[in-house]
Design a protein around this ligand. Sequence first.
Ligand code: FAD
Length: 501
Amino acid sequence: MTVKPVPATMVQPGRIRVIKPGSTRNGPVIYWMFRDQRVSDNWALIHAVDEANKRNAPIAVAFNLFDSFKGANARQLGFMLRGLKQLQPFLFNSLHIPFFLFQGEAVETIPKFLVECGASLLVTDFTPLREIRKFKEEICEKLGDLVSIHEVDAHNVVPVWEASSKLEYGARTIRSKINKLLPTYLIDFPTLQPPNMRWNSSPPPFIGINSLKTVSSINIISPFIRKGAEVPEIDWCEPGETAALEVLKGSQNGFLTKRLKNYATDRNIPLKPKALSGLSPYLHFGQISAQRCAFEARNVRKVAPEAVDAFVEELIVRRELADNFCYYQPHYDSLMGAWEWARKTLMDHVSDKREHLYTREQLEKAQTADPLWNASQLEVVHYGKMHGFMRMYWAKKILEWTSGPEEALATAIYLNDKYEIDGRDPSGYVGCMWSICGVHDQGWRERPVFGKIRYMNYAGCKRKFNVDGYIAYVKKLVAESKKRKAEAEISLGQKQKEPRC
Ligand code: FAD
C-alpha cells in the first residue's frame, strides 16, 4: 500500500493516509463509516465533505451491517442500530447528506455501490482490528484504479501512525510521543457546512441497498435483537450522539459537569461506578469523539486538575496505546502477541497445580468458589459493563483457574466480547493481554501459576474497597434486571394476544 500525506484544507494532513491515490474520475465521494458512527466531530466526514467540495461532487455516507461481526448480539447491535437510526436524519437534516445502509459482506456491498454510483473517492475511518483491515485490502484490490481510497484516523486524538511508527513497550514509552503531538492534534473541530453539491434526491434503487429510514419502516432492528436475544439489550445507557454528549457534560449528571471531582478519588472503587465517566460504550461505537471529550475536559481542568489529568491519561494515553498494540502487533489477541519474558514465565508455570479449575461454562454462569469474582461476572452478564477495577481482577482469576494462559486468554476475550457493551474493542484485547500476558506491564515477584505476571487476590481487594458492599450492590442490579426482563416478557405476551385490526 502507498502511504503519503494529502493536502487537505481542514483536516491535518497527518490524520489522512492515501491508501490508493488519484482516480481521474470526478464522481461522488463516499464515506464508508465503520468505527466512527457520528455526525459531529468526525474527521473522516469532514475530510469527505472537503474532498467532495474540491471535486464539485456530491457525497454520501455508507454503512455495512454484517450478518455477523465478531459475535455481536442484541446488546451491542441494539445499541449500534439505535445510534445509527438517530444518525441518519441528523446527517440528512443538518448536512443534506444521505445515509445508505447495506446488509451483507462489505467486500461485496461497498464496491458495488461505488461502481454503480460512479464514485471517485472512498473515504474510510480507521480501526486497527484485523477483520476490517482485511476487508479494506480486499476492497482495494477489487476496485483496481477506479476509485481513490483515503483512510482517516477519526478515532484517536493523535493518529495511530503519527503517535508512533512501531509497537510501543508501554505507557511510559508512548506518553511523551503523544504529549508532544497534542498541541497539533488536540484542537477544536470546525463546524461542518453542507457540501456544495447535493446528492441526487432519488438515488438508483440498487438491490440490497436501502436508506435506514426505508429499512426501519420494515423494522430492521427487531430481527437482530431477536437473533441475539441470549445477551439482551441494556436499558441504562441511551445510545446516540445526543445521549453521549449528555453523559460527557450534561447538566443533569454529566461527567465533567457533575461527577468530575470523584474521578480522582473514587475511580478504583467498584461500588462507585458513577465516579467513572461511563463513556466507553459511546467511545467504542464512535458515538462521541475522544478528542471532544479530552478537549472539553481540558477546558475545565481548573475545577479538578488531578481528575482531568487522570481521565486524559486513560482516555488518550491508555486508549491510544491499545490501538498502537493492535495496529503493530498482528497477534494482539493471542499468547504469541506477549513479550518473550511473559511467554516464558507463563509456560514455565503452565503445569503448576491450580487450586481450582473451572470450565468456560462454569465461569460464564458465575459458578466459582469466589463470591467477588462471581459478582463481577454477574455484573457484566446482567448490567453489560463491568467496573474497570474489577475487569483486572476478573481476568487474572481466569488465568488462575484455567489450564493455561492460552485457554485463559481465549475465555476472557470470549466473555468480554460477548457481554461487555464496549467489548470487541482494542482496549478489550489489550485489557485481557495486560491482565493475563503482562502486555504493557513489567515482571513482578515470581509465584505459582502466574510466574512473573502481576498478581491480584481477594485479600488485596478487601483492603482496597468494601467487597461485601460490591457483592450486595451487584445482587441488587441482578434482581432489578431480572424483574425488568420478566415485566418486558409479560408486556410482550399481552401485545401478542391483542387483536389486530
Ligand atoms: P473511564 O475510567 O471513565 O475511562 C474513560 C475512557 O478511557 C474509557 O472509556 C476508555 O476509552 C479509556 N480507558 C480507561 N481505562 C482504560 C484502559 N485500561 N485501557 C484502555 N483504555 C482505557 N475497555 C473498553 O473500552 N472495552 C473493553 O472491552 C475493555 N475490556 C477490558 C478488559 C479488561 C480485562 C481490562 C483490564 C480492561 C478493559 N477495558 C476495556 C479498559 C477499561 O476497563 C474500560 O475502558 C473502562 O472500564 C470503561 O469505563 P469508563 O469509560 O467509565 O472508564
